[in-house]
Design a protein around this ligand. Structure first.
Ligand SMILES: Nc1ncnc2c1ncn2[C@@H]1O[C@H](COP(=O)(O)OP(=O)(O)OP(=O)(O)O)[C@@H](O)[C@H]1O
Length: 789
């Protein structure tokens, strides 16, 4: 296209884009008016209030979506074989009623798919794909790809028939932009193999394996946005996105909002158990051990060990009463049948044991002990039948299950005796001792703090050395590896909600009482007022006022879901998933029982103690859902030269591993700098000063132990991991998933010496979009010997 032709095209597109923005402005006004109306609506019944709240939420959401679509509203155009034209953008727009013709297709709509996947070989009915570049509301450029030369009879000068890339110019421009410390969406330049992942069915587990910089993170986030748009069941329950670190979450936090999505919770695996923030760092072998699947069985047994069928002896009213272990076991069995979890079953257990004790006290226990094999249920049913009769109906001598009881201290006395028993601290402490109410924290502290308990729970599962690794003094804080164990424990223990249900019911009663009072005073006001001085609308019904008085939950979706351990999501996205332990996978699959997950990672970048080497092995034990695997093969971040430099490291990790094909080349070969043994920091600082690109980002990636001293040495480097700073110093674990314009890897031998050190070095080297320099003291490790000095 000649420059003047291009100008004409830009002008033509500007007209259309103006029309789109005019429609957006119109919709904004409409939404604002509806919002004002909704806020002023008068109805005051509970139902009115709920409806008002729902429509305010919906309209606010729409207003936010329109605001978010403002930048880059329209970025693509498809010219179809049948002469129709479709525009593609960040949100869908239609002309006003009655026409309602589509003006702009949401990028996730089925009709927009061709924008990402059409090629000359398979053009999906598209003759021309056009990328529109815009700044604010102004069109600044167009880039065309002709997918059917015949249709246009064009010269084909812009077409590279062999290219695998869609919108190459736009893609290269996007990739060449300086990194800002915040990931951007890639909705305008998503490539065909990526689009396949984004739109894949939500059923089952989709594993996306790919080398560094192949767009796994970007694609997983676009997939979340796609599923929220296309699958109502996912939108209803929301999406959980799990990343490797809070620094990483900061890095990706803008992407989904920029795509208009808010039904998303971002978390690290550390954050999966609300109320616990890990503060303790543990040695790798402890982390590995705590992550093993065997720990699930250890916890099952630890809970079972807290449910003790032992003889119970209580002193009550000056007398000693005994229940033999057999009776207590029968109560325990019955309780376990009645409820799956320890704390919930505990209520039944206590009721049964109390009843048995009460019977013992009133002398009715005899027969029960005899017939314990019959089970509590039959026995108690008979007692309950007799209790349901009024005491007046109970004869002085009753015969219950063959037991003759004196009517005065007989069966009808049981509830009273039970209450008395429950008020006796000796009795409650005896009951608590055999089946205590437990929090997950208590269970783990007791288990790890007491070698006997640990030995009992782990017999045949862990050896003595492993038990010693797990031992920890109570109160010493929580580690990241404890989080999935707490979650597992919470699952086994459950929550007895009877009391909170009772509290809620009491709260409702209180609200109704309040309402009655107010209504009464309103009536008085009405009586006192002359004529029509009192607004009849002010005379509310009892139900209205109760509803108003009831506390409303004004938290956002993400706040509510994140605070609720038992929230189940419509879909879960896991990034850097190769690092997750078996125990963490268990916790995550509980968050999505349907098993709808996108799992992205690279088994070659595994660097933690639990890192997986095979997706099948890591996932299959945790789900019966189908596991599909898709591979991304093109590297968008790391230039060809850097990828070549990192290849020997990858080959040392896995000789059969395939290297992603880089789309870019910088012509800059990675280099190495040899520092004097006592001047690593000085050499790193000097290298950073030389390498750092103006207006771009630079990272020094160093062994964790050297990070503090290098942060001190490097000018401008913050003490933490603030990615908005121009220069940061990070460990390989902190750098995971991130990218920078320039990377300096410091002391590679120190990185390699750490557990899974080669994987960590591979991560460190592949963070750059531009230059890579390795600074080392002493001998250069073999895998880097090829770097030019
Ligand atoms: N289609 C695309 N268009 C524009 N940019 C892209 C595209 N695909 C990937 N990128 C960019 O490439 C870079 C790497 O992407 P991303 O971080 O998602 O890769 P990754 O596979 O998760 O890498 P790693 O395994 O190293 O964490 C990002 O800057 C991303 O925006």
């Amino acid at each position: 296209m000649s420059p003047s032709q291009a100008d004409q095209e830009i002008e033509r597109e500007q007209h259309y884009v103006d029309r789109l923005y005019a429609r957006v402005d119109e919709l904004r006004t409409e939404v604002q008016e509806s919002l004002d109306q909704a806020l002023l609506a008068r109805g005051s019944s509970e139902r009115d209030l709920l409806e008002r709240e729902a429509s305010v939420d919906r309209l606010t959401e729409r207003a936010t979506a329109l605001d978010r679509a403002e930048q880059g509203l329209c970025f693509g155009r498809l010219d179809l074989e049948d002469g129709h034209v479709r525009y593609v953008g960040r949100t869908g727009l239609r002309a006003p009623a009655p026409e309602r013709t589509p003006l702009l297709l949401d990028w996730r709509a089925p009709g927009a798919r061709a924008f990402y996947v059409a090629t000359p070989a398979n053009n999906h009915g598209v003759v021309r794909r056009r990328h529109l570049r815009t700044e604010r509301r102004r069109v600044t450029g167009v880039e065309d790809e002709l997918l059917d030369l015949d249709a246009f009879g064009a010269d084909g000068s812009t077409l590279d028939a062999g290219t695998e890339l869609q919108g190459e110019g736009a893609l290269m421009a996007a990739l060449a932009e300086r990194r800002t410390g915040r990931m951007r969406d890639i909705v305008t330049t998503l490539q065909a193999e990526q689009d396949d992942v984004v739109r894949a069915t939500s059923a089952g587990v989709l594993v996306v394996q790919g080398g560094p910089g192949t767009g796994k993170t970007a694609v997983a986030l676009h997939r979340a946005a796609y599923l929220l748009y296309a699958r109502p069941e996912v939108a209803r329950q929301g999406v959980l996105v799990v990343g490797p670190s809070t620094t990483f979450l900061d890095y990706i936090e803008q992407v989904l909002p920029s795509l208009g999505e808010t039904q998303v919770v971002l978390t690290t695996t550390d954050g999966l158990f609300p109320g616990v923030t890990p503060t303790v760092t543990e040695p790798a072998e402890v982390v590995r051990l705590k992550g093993e699947a065997a720990m699930a069985e250890v916890l099952v047994r630890a809970v079972r060990d807290r449910e003790r069928a032992v003889d119970v002896e209580v002193r009550f009213d000056g007398e000693v009463h005994r229940l033999p272990a057999k009776t207590v076991r029968a109560a325990a069995d019955e309780a376990s049948r009645a409820a799956r979890t320890h704390n919930v079953a505990r209520r039944t257990f206590r009721e049964l044991v109390l009843r048995a004790l009460a019977m013992e006290v009133v002398g009715a226990g005899y027969r029960l002990l005899q017939d314990v094999e019959e089970g509590f249920e039959n026995e108690l049913a008979r007692f309950d039948t007799s209790l349901s009769r009024s005491p007046d109906e109970i004869p002085a001598r009753v015969e219950v299950a063959g037991t003759e009881v004196d009517g005065v201290t007989g069966v009808h006395e049981l509830p009273h005796v039970e209450r008395e028993l429950l008020a006796d601290p000796y009795v409650t402490s005896a009951l608590e001792d055999i089946w205590p109410l437990l929090t997950p924290q208590q269970l783990l502290e007791d288990l790890f703090g007491d070698p006997d308990r640990l030995a009992s729970a782990s017999r045949g599962l862990l050896d003595g050395d492993e038990r010693a690794l797990l031992h920890r003094e109570p109160g010493s804080g929580w580690s990241a590896a404890d989080v999935p164990l707490l979650d597992e424990a919470a699952e086994l223990l459950g929550v007895d909600e009877t009391e909170s249900r009772q509290q809620r019911a009491a709260h409702r009663r209180e609200a109704a009482r309040f309402a009655r009072q107010v209504l009464r005073s309103n009536d008085l006001l009405a009586e006192e007022a002359d004529g029509d001085a009192v607004d009849p609308a002010a005379l509310l019904t009892e139900e209205d006022l109760a509803g108003r008085h009831a506390a409303r939950d004004h938290r956002s979706f993400a706040e509510k879901a994140a605070a609720d351990r038992t929230w189940t999501y419509g879909h879960v996205v896991v990034d850097e998933a190769q690092e997750l332990s078996a125990m963490t996978w268990r916790a995550l699959f509980r968050r999505c029982p349907a098993g709808s997950m996108t799992v992205v990672g690279d088994v070659h970048q595994g660097s933690g103690p639990s890192a997986a080497t095979s997706w099948e092995l890591a996932l299959a034990p945790h789900t019966s859902a189908r596991i599909r695997q898709q591979e991304l093969t093109v590297g968008y971040r790391t230039p060809e030269e850097v990828m070549a430099a990192a290849t020997p490291v990858l080959a040392a990790l896995d000789p059969g591993a395939s290297v992603p094909t880089s789309v870019r080349s910088t012509g800059l070969a990675p280099r190495r700098v040899t520092a004097a043994p006592d001047d690593l920091a000085g050499a790193v600082a000097a290298t950073v000063a030389r390498d750092r690109p103006a207006g771009g980002s630079t990272a020094v990636v160093a062994p964790a132990a050297l990070v503090p001293v290098l942060r001190d040495a490097v000018a401008d480097a913050p003490t933490g991991t603030d990615l908005l700073a121009d220069v940061v110093v990070l460990s390989p674990a902190e750098a995971k998933g991130l990218e920078f314009d320039a990377v300096v890897v410091a002391e590679p031998a120190g990185i390699i010496a750490e557990p899974r050190g080669l994987g960590q070095l591979y991560v460190a080297m592949t963070r750059t979009t531009g230059t890579l320099t390795v600074v080392h003291t002493g001998e250069i490790p073999d895998v880097l010997a090829h770097l030019e000095p």
